[in-house]
Design a protein around this ligand. Sequence first.
Ligand code: ZN
Ligand code: ZN
Length: 331
Amino acid sequence: MLGVQLLGNEKVTVKEYPEPILTYKNDLLIQVKASGLCGSEMHGYRSPTPHTSNGGHEVAGEVIDAGRSTKFEVGDRVGVHAVWGCGDCRWCGVGKYTYCNNRTGRDLGTHVERFAAPDHVCLKLPEDIPFDVGVLLTGDGCGVPYHVSQRLNTKGGDFVCVLGAGPVGLGNTIVQSFLGAEVIAIDINDYRLSLAKAAGAAHTINSKDTDPLAAITEITHGMLVDKCIEAAGRPETLKLAFTLVGVAGIIMCVGEQGDLPISPSRDLIRKDITLMGSWFYHYSEYPAMLDLYRRGLPIGRMITDHFPLVEAQTAFSKFANGQAGKVMLEP
Ligand SMILES: [Zn+2]
Ligand SMILES: [Zn+2]
């Protein structure tokens, strides 16, 4: 079967791989219908060393062999949760795999025609959910911003600043706007800001030519924002978040990054600021996300491109150059 291999130095190839086999007792064999590119794959894409496979992990498809699974059958449409809990502990029992101490996982490499995954990490996609939207609903695209929204408890009329308008920022813009927030999106890429506008942002700021603090002071009549979502994963944007959030506000870290000095007195204490983190989403949150989609959440707006698997190089280049929202590879 065909699949993508990351060759390093921003090169990919599509090559022949052995057919996957069902290894564990509850494995399913899944025919890929859509596999999304994720910002987390860019490290491997840009690194000088070749990868034996690819970093694909946001995927939807159809079960073509249900093995010994008692939960799924051939023909079921599924998406896959990218964080695999052990399936047996207290947290896994309530569908909170990200809290499991014994997380497992396989380097799925889903930019392929077929792959195998255990049934307890698969989520059934109803017939009314297109496969590309299914990738978002069971993966980072909707999962990450939905989980953020649960942690932030956004109310109608809140001013929410989203720092970074890549796929994670776009997803947060869509979810926060849908929940009634007045979203201010900040980036340095005009194309991505145009996507944020289409995704529901009430205001967009290119911080290369506009001072974000001055602009946000004007938009919020000096109150600054209620919530600030850091979705760029950069020290300068997290520092900026501390200046843009108003008293008693919340800063939500979503973009992964390393150590950063903060001043508890200046950054947190004197303004009653809450600093939070949010990682991925809970398996158990999927029904609520489906419900939100059916009530009109326009999450599909973050998808800008669909490419056949064989055009993986074009897809990766476009995504890596910041000229795309969410990109789907379709075998
Ligand atoms: Zn991802
Ligand atoms: Zn567990």
